[in-house]
Design a protein around this ligand. Structure first.
Ligand SMILES: [Zn+2]
Length: 184
């Protein structure tokens, strides 16, 4: 029952993301209202002034699984979305920023530690407007501290994970578990 509720909540969250994804209303060049256009079954905005189609591009986020054996360092979010929920350390990649640098930066910003990326775990896409690039990492130095984005942190073993709120979390966790013990 719990897992069904969790699933329903995830679908609701996903719907929210997807509706935000398809509601670009104004042209980013001239500010004029867009009309709706359908290209290859995708709903695309069209600006009649600039004669351009405005595609809703995906965003890219880096996710970092800082692990020690089968334990993973999670953070409790103090920002929306999903404020108060435990989560992997993650954040959006800036324009012209290397994804690896974004991963390292996000960990530093969220809990003030230095890490070493050890492996690209995978790329997760197709379930929301965000493409996730997920790295595995180890803690190099520094003592974790809370920050503006994080109210708490803790190490969790695979079989005592809290509920994770984002659409790809279960897949990421499963892949991490399946990959444990394989060569880096
Ligand atoms: Zn325009």
């Amino acid at each position: 029952m719990d897992s069904l509720l969790l699933y329903i909540n995830k679908l609701k969250a996903l719907n929210k993301v997807m509706s935000a994804y398809s509601t670009a209303k104004f042209c980013h060049q001239c500010g004029h209202s867009l009309i709706s256009n359908t290209i290859n079954l995708n709903n695309v905005g069209y600006c009649t002034i600039c004669d351009i189609s405005i595609y809703a591009d995906p965003k890219v986020a880096a996710v970092v699984i800082v692990s020690n054996g089968n334990e993973i360092l999670l953070v409790r979010r103090s920002i929306q979305p999903h404020i108060g929920k435990w989560s992997f350390i993650s954040g959006y990649v800036n324009q012209a920023e290397q994804v690896e640098s974004a991963a390292i930066r996000e960990v530093k910003e969220e809990i003030d530690i230095d890490i070493k990326l050890i492996k690209l775990q995978g790329i997760y896409s197709g379930m929301s407007s965000v493409i996730l690039i997920v790295y595995r990492a180890i803690h190099l130095s520094g003592i974790p501290k809370v920050s503006e984005e994080v109210s708490e942190f803790n190490w969790f073993s695979y079989d005592s994970m809290p509920d994770l709120p984002f659409p790809y979390d279960d897949l990421i966790l499963r892949d991490f578990h399946n990959d444990l013990g394989s060569p880096i």
